[in-house]
Design a protein around this ligand. Structure first.
Ligand SMILES: [Zn+2]
Length: 267
């Protein structure tokens, strides 16, 4: 069955992963800009990363028949130095009109600090001025609920429509409020934290299949680039209809991402 992985960090993955994803039915991916596992020490370090996201990865993915798209920003883990973060943001306009850029992301909060919030607000202002989609990272574990609420308030204060913003890494204690406030929700399927495929399917059974998707967030750590097709298998084993599986793993990503003119997938 075809699927879209709407959040995966392919710069950290091998070409074998692209092949296995294509074999499992992946036809399109989106790659948010994020922390590389180390702090970059210069604005040019980010410039090189944005070139990788807008030039290298689309070409690499195309070899496997996968459409590659990306989101740009400076991530919250590297936003603690506000002056440096603003300098990095000043080079974003060089890349925002590249043909595979969908919007601003993954922005958000990591430790819910004041400096992170300042840079989050600057990104939301940029997204508002571009009328673009936004993909949001939410903090881990004990900071998640508070961070998610702070982010949703900041989106509202910036005057952005919640249905153009996807709040990612939702879990059982945040998904309800995210959906009730009109946002899109993303469930990240990790082997040992966030949601497993089983927990994600439990959430779908409780909260329904509107405005929600699943992603692997595959990166340089313990993660699984085939997590979305594994969740499809879990849904099939629980006898959920094909139309429901297709809605969450293919149709919903198209509905949200398709509002960017740069999103392409063959239906
Ligand atoms: Zn990510």
């Amino acid at each position: 069955m075809k699927y879209i992985d709407p959040h995966i960090h392919m710069v950290s993955r091998t070409t074998d992963d692209y092949m296995r994803m294509a074999q499992a039915g992946c036809v399109a991916i989106t790659e948010p800009a994020f922390w590389a596992g180390y702090d970059r020490c210069s604005v040019d370090g980010f410039r090189d990363y944005y070139r990788q996201l807008t030039e290298t990865e689309p070409a690499r993915a195309a070899q496997y028949g996968i459409h590659h798209h990306c989101w740009l920003c400076i991530n919250p883990k590297e936003a603690e130095d506000v002056g440096f973060a603003r300098e990095v943001m000043s080079c974003l306009p060089e890349f925002l009109d590249k043909s595979n850029v969908l919007g601003i992301g993954e922005i958000g909060l990591n430790k819910n600090s004041r400096n992170e919030m300042t840079i989050l607000e600057a990104h939301l202002e940029l997204a508002k001025s571009l009328d673009s989609l936004v993909l949001v990272h939410t903090p881990h574990l004990e900071d998640k609920l508070k961070g998610t609420q702070l982010i949703m308030d900041a989106v509202n204060n910036a005057g952005l429509q919640p249905d153009k913003v996807l709040i990612d890494h939702v879990e059982e204690h945040t998904v309800g409020e995210v959906l009730e406030r009109g946002f899109w929700a993303g469930m990240t399927l990790y082997p040992d934290s966030k949601c497993t495929p089983q927990r994600a399917v439990d959430i779908l059974e409780r909260w329904g299949t509107d405005r929600i998707w699943m992603n692997s967030a595959g990166d340089w750590g313990n993660s699984d680039p085939l997590a979305v097709p594994k969740a499809q298998v879990e849904m099939r084993l629980r006898r959920h209809p094909s139309a429901m599986i297709e809605k969450v793993t293919f149709d919903n990503p198209i509905t949200f991402l398709g509002r960017s003119p740069n999103f392409h997938v063959e239906c």
